[in-house]
Design a protein around this ligand. Sequence first.
Ligand SMILES: Nc1ncnc2c1ncn2[C@@H]1O[C@H](COP(=O)(O)OP(=O)(O)OP(=O)(O)O)[C@@H](O)[C@H]1O
Ligand SMILES: [Mg+2]
Length: 574
Amino acid sequence: MKTWARLMVLIAPYWKSMLLATALSFLTVASGIGLMATSAYLIAGAALHPPVLELMEAIVGVRFFGISRAVFRYLERYFAHDATFRVLSRLRVWFYTALEPLAPARLMEYRSGELVSRIVADVGTLEQFYLRVLAPPLVALLVLLAVFAFLAWFELRLALTLLFFFLTAAVAVPLGVRALSRGTGRRMVETRSALNAQMVDTIQGMTEIAAFNRAGRQQEQVKALSGKFMDLQGRVAGIRGLSAALTGLLMNLTMWSILLLAIPLVQQGKLDGVYLAMLALGALSSFEAVLPLPMVFQHLEESLAAARRLFAVTDAAPAVQELPGPSPEPRSYDLRVSGLRFRYAPDEPRVLDGVNFVLPGGGRLAIVGPSGAGKSTLVNLFLRFWDYQEGSISLGGHELKAFSPDDLRRYISVVTQHTYLFNATVRENLLLAQPGAGEKELPRAAREAQIHEFIQSLPRGYDTYVGEKGYKLSGGQCQRLAIARALLKNAPVLLLDEATAGLDPVTELEVMESIHRLMEGRTTLVITHRLTGLERMDEILVFERGRIVERGRHRDLLKRGGLYRSMWELQNPV
Ligand SMILES: Nc1ncnc2c1ncn2[C@@H]1O[C@H](COP(=O)(O)OP(=O)(O)OP(=O)(O)O)[C@@H](O)[C@H]1O
Ligand SMILES: [Mg+2]
């Protein structure tokens, strides 16, 4: 479907309010013309000093049109904006709903600032689609028909003159403007979005930028983009000025031509002189409907560019296909992986290449191996962030693909190296794992994770804000909060991906202590670089380039003298 047609479908539910607003907009312009025409008639009539009674109709007309114009204008603004805001909120919800199933796999291609820009600026740009693209031509057409009929009632040539100038201003000038500004709208939308993304990046990376002394360079990039944006805005303003001047010229030519035609008619006695000013000024004021037209194409181009960028995101196929029907209910929580092969994209190399293992319910399995071996990828697959291409993974005897991602994730707790904490209170960050948790459960989980006392020592205890991404907490404290979260969630399967990486050895030992409590009674998969505490594992798999190259218990692997042994020797020099 064409972009504009898809846009129309999105705003279609509001067609009644829009039609009403368009009708009101027409009535506003019509009242303006009526006011101008009756005023002209009244002034011309009054100059002849007739009895006041004869002017009564015109006086009432002026009063009526003066009031109705204001009332219609108010109502038109009210309904047009009401409809527009409804459309905008519908668009935002639509975009967000479409975004959710794409996370996280398909959204990694976009910078976070880029997505923010799309949801804020691009949706905002679509505000124009009805107000400045759809409505003005309709209103202009209605006004033209009405004024043409009115003039033709007096004299057809007057009506034809109006038709000529009106169409020139309403069609030829906009087409000329379009030819001049071709591509500007699209470039503006793109430049603005790049500028936004750059700003968000700069703000998010402030620490790194300052630390590496890159502020100057970053500033230059922002300056370059905003310079480009300003140029484009200047260009649009110039074109806008030119088109306003042309429209004004045509408007005055209309009045002049109508006078030129009508004055001889008065002289020949075919037209009462009292109507002269009325006809000329009425035609003149009908141009109010033409004024917004030259920018229609510009706004159309901007709207279409914005819509295309939104559709580009929402059209991406989710990385995971949901099967219809309810998810199975596993009775046990053993994980079986067989013949698993996976690549992130068709043209990329295999990240997992024939992986087989069984993790019995309640068992403990460790995965070690060099960076890039595919360890975290396995976690991504367990959580159904991506779907695997070959082989199978099953939980309690049911293939993972049979579970909806939401249902599956209920059975799994994850603690990774990068714990995301929201800029909210400690309590809210913990409740994320178990929204219904009671007043007793939070401290119990926190105590087990050995973070309760620290939280108590904070100025506002559990109601202390942790700062954006938890920057007010240390790495160890963040990890302990993550462990407390996992305890609260109380899921039967536990995935730990480098949960203690980045901590100093003492903190690491302490956090490991909490982790071992967390593991009790749960099916656990531990991914780690550090080969400490692995004696307690039932089995260790050594990954290298997507394959399992060694497997066994700690002692056996040490004896074998392979990759595991050399990794261990590197970390534990004698
Ligand atoms: N979202 C992604 N899209 C495409 N390729 C990816 C993606 N994530 C990871 N990869 C690639 O998959 C391979 C395995 O990455 P993975 O994160 O699983 O390694 P890892 O074993 O966890 O490494 P580390 O020990 O450094 O965490 C790498 O070559 C990486 O470049
Ligand atoms: Mg990893």
